[in-house]
Design a protein around this ligand. Structure first.
Ligand code: NDP
Ligand code: OXD
Length: 309
């Protein structure tokens, strides 16, 4: 039996090395060189082509190369009975914490304003409050949002967080459900989206949320492009209701060359790198989950298809 690796954006050689370092006997096939489809019993995937997974007659489990599984769930042909395991690994979490700290600090210390001033050779002080005077809200308090929230609280920010279910986390003011979102939005200067993309969260970074927040809200999106209502964001940046945005993910990736975000003076763009999956930390997690599944043990981070994450 074999594991099929499917990704256009990860280096298969690095993955083969990392997987074989953890299990030297592993038969790894790299899409599209599948060999006999009947050999494949596990698939490790990032944005697999529609219909591919349904074409593997002996597939037992799908492992996502990412934390977000929206692309797999969009493919209606994927057999619903197959366990789908999303990626939770220490490298992915640390990478996201690093990204969130970077973007929040850049906003907090006026990075966009000073870069613009430098371009104009302008020497001008901006207000420089300390972290304790700044309020940051996390949309999503899961593996990534929860870790980022704790890291920001550790830096002294006033941290709020929003999730589907009610939570109690030290040093974080937690909100839940639709009413909780309005309550949080009214109390934050910066919002960081680390939600999964589901029908309930699509377009959440839109006029409704922006209008409930204090003027000048800073928006950071590392969830999915579908979380942003692009036109609402552009309008809110124009009116000043949103002061600036750092965006890592987009409706279409790569972001099309003619998209207005590219040249917008108040938008910072990164190419979906907020946290990349690193084979050296992720491969052992995947193989451990596969072993658990084969031994009939509970597998952590199974996707609940009803919830969509
Ligand atoms: P988790 O499943 O651990 O956490 C998701 C969080 O979102 C949970 O707190 C959950 O609430 C909350 N949530 C989900 N739906 C709703 C809703 N309708 N209303 C309120 N809260 C909701 O996911 P991760 O933290 O591991 O990953 C989050 C996302 O980050 C991924 O799905 C992916 O899209 C994105 N990502 C982006 C990367 C990048 O490089 N840009 C890299 C990795 C991930 P509850 O706790 O109550 O279940
Ligand atoms: C992920 C991602 O979901 O990289 O892990 O976007």
């Amino acid at each position: 039996m074999a594991l099929l690796f499917v990704s256009n954006s990860d280096d298969p050689h690095e993955w083969i090395d990392a997987l074989r370092a953890a299990d030297s006997n592993l038969d790894v096939r790299v899409h599209p060189d599948i060999g006999d489809p009947a050999d494949i019993d596990a698939a490790l995937v990032w944005r697999p082509p529609a219909g591919l997974l349904a074409s593997l007659p002996n597939l037992q489990v799908i492992f996502s190369l990412g934390a977000g599984v929206d692309a797999v769930l969009r493919d209606d042909s994927v057999p619903a009975h197959l366990p789908l395991v999303r990626l939770v690994d220490p490298g992915l979490t640390q990478g996201m914490v690093d990204y969130v700290i970077w973007q929040v600090m850049d906003w907090h210390r006026n990075g966009p304003a000073y870069r613009a001033q430098q371009a104009d050779r302008r020497w001008q002080r901006q207000p420089e409050p300390l972290t304790g005077a700044r309020r940051v809200g996390l949309l999503g308090l899961g593996q990534l949002g929860g870790a980022a929230a704790k890291a920001l609280a550790g830096l002294g920010f006033q941290v709020h967080g929003w999730a589907r279910s009610a939570k109690q986390i030290d040093a974080i003011t937690c909100h839940a459900g639709p009413d909780g979102l309005a309550a949080m939005a009214a109390q934050v200067d910066c919002v960081v989206c680390l939600l999964p993309l589901t029908p309930q969260t699509t377009g959440i970074l839109g006029a409704n949320l922006f209008d409930q927040a204090p003027r000048g809200l800073h928006v950071i999106n590392a969830g999915r492009g579908g979380h942003v209502a692009d036109d609402d964001l552009l309008a809110a940046l124009h009116s000043g209701q949103v002061g600036g945005a750092a965006l890592d993910v987009f409706h279409t990736e790569p972001l099309p060359a003619d998209h207005p975000f590219w040249t917008h003076p108040k938008i910072t763009i990164t190419p979906h790198v907020a946290s990349v999956t690193r084979p050296e930390t992720a491969a052992p997690v995947v193989l451990d989950n596969w072993r658990r599944l084969k031994q009939g043990q509970p597998v952590p981070h199974l996707v609940d298809r009803e919830r969509g994450y």
